[in-house]
Design a protein around this ligand. Structure first.
Ligand code: URA
Length: 234
C-alpha cells in the first residue's frame, strides 16, 4: 500500500494532509524519515507519525459475486479485474484468495491478510469448494462414479482427490472438490469426455455466496465467516 494511503486510512488524515505530513518530515518508515508520500510500503512496515506508531488497520475480508468477464488479478491489461468492482478506497492491499477463470462466476474471497489466505488455499488443508456446472452432454452414472473416485487430468501424474458430485439435471451437477488445480473442474469433466459450459462457485469451506449479492456486488465477511474459513479443513 502507498504511504499516503495508509496514513489516510489508518491515521484519519486526508490524502493532502498525509502528503503534507510526509513533506514536513513528520513521518518515518522503518526507522528512516520518509520523503515520498507515494512510496510503496513493504509487508509489516513500521510507520511513525510524529514519533508515534500508526496503528495497523484491522485486516479486511470480503466476499464478492464475480461476474463473467472480469479477471481474478490485481491488474490486467485487457480485462477489468475483480478489484475494479470495489470503490478505490477499499482496494489497497487486497488480493484474491483462490482464483476463478475469466468466464467463471460466483464466490470470490478477497483479503489483505496473507496468513489467512494461505490457510484457506493451502492444498494440505483440503478446504472444500463447491461449484455448479452446466455440461455440454448429459452425464451418466459411470462418469459420475469415476469423478467421485478421482480421475487423471491431462498432463498430470496423480489422480484428482475424491470429489462429491450430485446430479441436479441430466446436464447439470453440483461438484465439491478439495484441491485447486489449474482449471480443475473443467479438466475433470474433460477427463470423462464431457465439457463444462457454465461454472459458478457457490461455496468455499463453510461460506456460501450471499444470495443478496448481485453479480459485481460485495460485502465484508462476518467474524464467524472469517473464523470458519480460518479453521476450514484444519
Ligand atoms: N475449476 C475451473 O475449471 N475453473 C475455475 O475457475 C475454478 C475451478
Amino acid at each position: 500500500m502507498r504511504l499516503d494511503r495508509l496514513l489516510s486510512h489508518v491515521a484519519g488524515l486526508t490524502r493532502s494532509q498525509a502528503q503534507r505530513a510526509v513533506r514536513a518530515g513528520r513521518v518515518a518508515v522503518d526507522g528512516a524519515l520518509a520523503e515520498d508520500p507515494a512510496c510503496k510500503l513493504g509487508d509489516g512496515a513500521e510507520v511513525l507519525l510524529d514519533g508515534v506508531p500508526v496503528a495497523k488497520r484491522a485486516p479486511r475480508y470480503l466476499m464478492l459475486h464475480k461476474p463473467a468477464g472480469c479477471v481474478c488479478a490485481t491488474t490486467d491489461g485487457r480485462h477489468p479485474t475483480v478489484l475494479d468492482l470495489l470503490p478505490e478506497a477499499e482496494r489497497g492491499g487486497l488480493h484474491v484468495v483462490g482464483r476463478l477463470d475469466l468466464d467463471v462466476t460466483g464466490l470470490v474471497l478477497l483479503t489483505d491478510d496473507g496468513a489467512w489466505s494461505h490457510r484457506v488455499t493451502a492444498p494440505r488443508r483440503k478446504c472444500p469448494k463447491t461449484y455448479l456446472a452446466g455440461l455440454a452432454e448429459a452425464i451418466d452414472d459411470a462418469a459420475l462414479d469415476a469423478l467421485r473416485r478421482g480421475v487423471r487430468l491431462r498432463g498430470e501424474e496423480e489422480d484428482t482427490r475424491a470429489a462429491a458430485i450430485e446430479r441436479l439435471a441430466p446436464d447439470h451437477v453440483r461438484v465439491t472438490v478439495t484441491e485447486g488445480r489449474y482449471h480443475q473442474v473443467k479438466r475433470m469433466f474433460a477427463a470423462v469426455g464431457n465439457r463444462v459450459l457454465t461454472l459458478r462457485r457457490e461455496q468455499v469451506g463453510p461460506v456460501a455466496l450471499d444470495p443478496a449479492l448481485a453479480p459485481g456486488a460485495w460485502r465484508a465477511l462476518t467474524a464467524d465467516e472469517v473464523a470458519g474459513l480460518r479453521a476450514c479443513g484444519a
